[in-house]
Design a protein around this ligand. Structure first.
Ligand SMILES: [Zn+2]
Length: 272
């Protein structure tokens, strides 16, 4: 069996502030250790259930957060950016399951450090009327490849969101949000034990866990934090301006949606 692990940081036990998620802060150096160890727990769970091949993708910010020499030596890790298909770069139809570690709730809702791709760019990301999270955006892309998301760890708001998108997936709650930047968290070792068990359970239940099918032959609507960001993204020839902060882009697949979200995020970052 082949398992793909997408690693983010906002949903890791013990992480509650933006400073913990950004290089250059002493708190970040500790948070990336916590992140790396939660990924190790997911790798251990995958191996407990019989996985032979494990690919980890470092998926937060500059995508160079995981400490390679501290990662389980059985896994291969992708780091750095830009990379095609961002958070799910390197995923192919040959994988049996995806685990999301350190995940978080979507922008414009409750949840510890809730955002979608970039806090500085998007107020919300929608396909049709559906509010997308990173989990559902990328989960839908994985669904097009026929690969299910089997386990997601993060806070309680992330779990509540995941329950609506992938009801069959294992949800591991490592902290309960008291706000956007406050949470009651499990001890990191307890969180890791739960992630390891959740990962193994997901693989054992793989026959029941289906790939996500999201109707994506609609319009992708990006609501930007600033009107200048919308001005810039509206210069894409196929873009349609909806109002001061919203731009619509045509998509024929979730893969298209992933591509546009990453292009628009990078463009918006140039106006920070
Ligand atoms: Zn992140």
């Amino acid at each position: 069996m082949k398992v793909y692990i997408c690693a983010d940081i906002e949903g890791v036990a013990g992480v509650v502030t933006p400073q913990q998620c950004q290089a250059g802060n002493p708190e970040y150096e500790r948070a990336r250790v916590l992140m790396t160890e939660e990924v190790n727990a997911a790798i251990a769970g995958a191996r407990d259930a019989g996985a032979e091949e494990i690919l980890v993708n470092d998926a937060h910010g500059p995508m160079t957060n995981l400490l390679p020499d501290r990662l389980d030596r059985e896994a291969v890790v992708i780091q750095g950016k830009p990379k095609r298909f961002g958070m799910f770069a390197g995923l192919t139809a040959g994988f049996d399951m995806i685990f999301g570690v350190g995940f978080h709730a979507p922008a414009s809702g409750f949840g510890v450090l809730a955002h979608t791709t970039s806090t500085a760019a998007f107020r919300s990301v929608r396909v049709g009327d559906a509010l997308l999270s990173e989990a559902s955006l990328y989960g839908a892309y994985a669904g097009e490849l026929g690969v299910p998301v089997g386990m997601v760890s993060g806070d309680d708001a992330c779990a509540a969101h995941v329950a609506t998108v992938f009801p069959e997936a294992e949800r591991v709650v490592v902290k309960t949000g008291l706000g956007n930047r406050a949470a009651a968290a499990l001890h990191p070792e307890v969180a890791r034990e739960m992630i390891r068990a959740g990962a193994a359970r997901a693989l054992a239940r793989r026959a029941e866990i289906r790939p996500l099918a999201l109707p994506t032959s609609e319009t992708l609507t990006l609501d930007f934090v600033g009107a200048a960001q919308a001005d810039l993204v509206a210069t894409i020839p196929v873009a349609r301006r909806l109002d001061a902060t919203r731009v619509a882009l045509p998509i024929a697949s979730a893969a298209d949606a992933v591509g546009w979200v990453n292009v628009a995020s990078a463009m918006a970052a140039s106006l920070r």
